[in-house]
Ligand binder design. Structure first.
Ligand SMILES: [Zn+2]
Length: 305
């Protein structure tokens, strides 16, 4: 029996459009506004280099905008938390501000030519100069706040806050300096201005932990330049890790790297040697200033007190 041949049915194999998949539509709705915002921010951001680590990053506000908005934002912050801010005469505020004033001296000692922005061109090669112009005339403010959380933080424009819950664990000037130096380093590195902070879940991203390590490194140099022993910093990080809990997992998913890692990186020979040299120089300068001959040193214009 003869079979009748027939043409196979035409099967449409056109690819399903992405917008027919609900998950993809939902993802687009969530991601697109962030992508648009990020693109706009990227276009108006400027590239800068961080001192010491020489990391390049993009930041959003100019130095003057940062100062202006920083002061405004901090005034709002103070109004909202007024009843928790310790008074200037509280011994804890007096203590923290005394050490903070040393730390700010350390910042000024490390970055004296704050106005310099331009990279050098030597023999046709660009020599990158870290930008620290934003530190000029910065209105530093340091507050102690009644709060049990073991926390300190900095806000744009040179504002540093430490909780009483953190302060109670700090037993020496050098331990307090480790914390204040770290926060001042965030200000130096303009971390609060980084373009990457506009990304959702920034705090859990690897570059957030990189910023913390960067602040540890610069903070170590600052405390040393302020005349506070940098060798205290690695042990201090371990101690705080034991107090608030530490796990290697923090190196991958934490808002901060693990305290063990932070301690290890601060202990690196080349890093500690550089910091200790700064510390020795500053202690020598302080001793000369305190000695009876300080008047002569000043008259001769040799180290300024
Ligand atoms: Zn930090």
């Amino acid at each position: 029996m003869a079979h009748a041949w027939s043409l196979p049915a035409v099967v449409s194999r056109s690819r399903p459009r992405w917008y027919t998949n609900l998950w993809k539509v939902a993802a687009a709705v969530v991601v697109l506004p962030y992508a648009a915002k990020f693109s706009i921010f990227a276009a108006i951001s400027q590239k800068e280099t961080v001192p010491y680590t020489n990391q390049a990053h993009r930041v959003l506000l100019t130095s003057s905008e940062q100062r202006e908005f920083g002061d405004e934002d901090f005034n709002d912050w103070k109004e909202k938390r007024d009843k928790y801010i310790l008074s200037p005469s509280d011994p804890r505020t007096v203590l923290v501000r005394r050490i903070a004033s040393d730390i700010i001296h350390g910042v000024r000692r490390l970055f004296p030519n704050n106005g310099i922005h331009d990279d050098d061109v030597k023999q046709g090669k660009v020599v990158v100069r870290p930008q620290t112009g934003h530190l000029t005339d910065l209105n530093w403010e340091v507050m102690v706040v009644e709060n049990n959380k073991v926390r300190a933080f900095s806000l744009k424009g040179g504002k540093i806050v430490i909780h009483t819950g953190y302060l109670k664990h700090l037993k020496t000037d050098a331990e307090i300096a480790t914390v204040i130096g770290h926060e001042a380093a965030h200000v130096v590195a303009r971390h609060s201005m980084e373009l990457l902070r506009s990304i959702p879940f920034y705090k859990l991203m690897p570059f957030s932990r990189r910023a913390e390590l960067e602040a540890d490194h610069i903070g170590l140099m600052i405390m040393a330049a302020a005349g506070l022993n940098p060798r205290v910093a690695p042990e201090f990080r371990k101690k705080i890790g034991e107090i608030i809990g530490d796990t290697k997992l923090m190196d991958y998913i934490g808002t901060h790297p693990s305290f063990q890692t932070r301690s290890r990186l601060l202990s690196r020979k080349e890093v500690m040697e550089e910091a200790f040299e700064l510390y020795k120089q500053e202690r020598m300068r302080m001793e000369k200033c305190q000695s009876l001959s300080s008047l002569w040193w000043n008259v001769l214009g040799y180290p300024s007190c």
